[in-house]
Design a protein around this ligand. Structure first.
Ligand code: HEM
Length: 131
């Protein structure tokens, strides 16, 4: 198969790379007090769904939809107070994770564009609240 006939999913290394991406990303989330605070106590379930969702989104198997139904991501994020500042941290850590697992161009930019606009779509609170 010629290089340009491969899909993004194949080029980046399939589910093993996505597993590592989510692992690196969640490690960063766990170390950031402000971002960590909006996640549940137990990170493992959300991490699993994130992994399966990204496998499916980027062209792998469809276990996410089989096990979880329609993603409805904006609705699923509503219980979590996602401010523009937390969105920026989320994107920063995902961008760092993309580089740390070694995803190369042009896939790096494709993924950055998706995560950047997708994360903006999840913003559901426009002030920091009354903390
Ligand atoms: C493109 C951007 C994003 C994608 C693709 C994404 C994807 C996901 C997925 C697939 C889940 C699990 C949904 C399920 O339960 O089936 C999830 C959960 C969650 N996401 Fe996102 N997300 C994005 C942006 C964000 C942002 C910007 C934040 C916060 C700043 C955020 C915070 C959370 C939280 C707190 C959960 C719940 C985790 C849990 O239940 O353990 N997400 N996200």
């Amino acid at each position: 198969m010629k290089h340009d006939e491969k899909t993004l999913y194949e080029r980046i290394g399939g589910e093993l790379t996505i597993f590592r991406l989510v692992d690196v990303f969640y490690h960063k989330v766990a170390q950031d007090d402000a971002l960590r605070a909006i996640f549940p106590q137990d990170l493992s379930t959300g991490k699993y769904w994130q992994f399966l969702f990204l496998v499916q989104y980027w062209g792998g198997d469809t276990r996410y939809s089989e096990q979880r139904g329609h993603p409805r991501l904006r609705m699923r994020h509503m219980p979590y107070a996602i401010t523009p500042a937390l969105r920026d941290k989320w994107v920063q850590y995902m961008f760092e994770a993309i580089d740390e697992v070694g995803i190369a161009e042009p896939d790096r930019s494709t993924m950055r564009d998706y995560f950047s606009s997708g994360a903006s779509f999840m913003v559901n609170r426009h002030s920091e609240g009354a903390e």
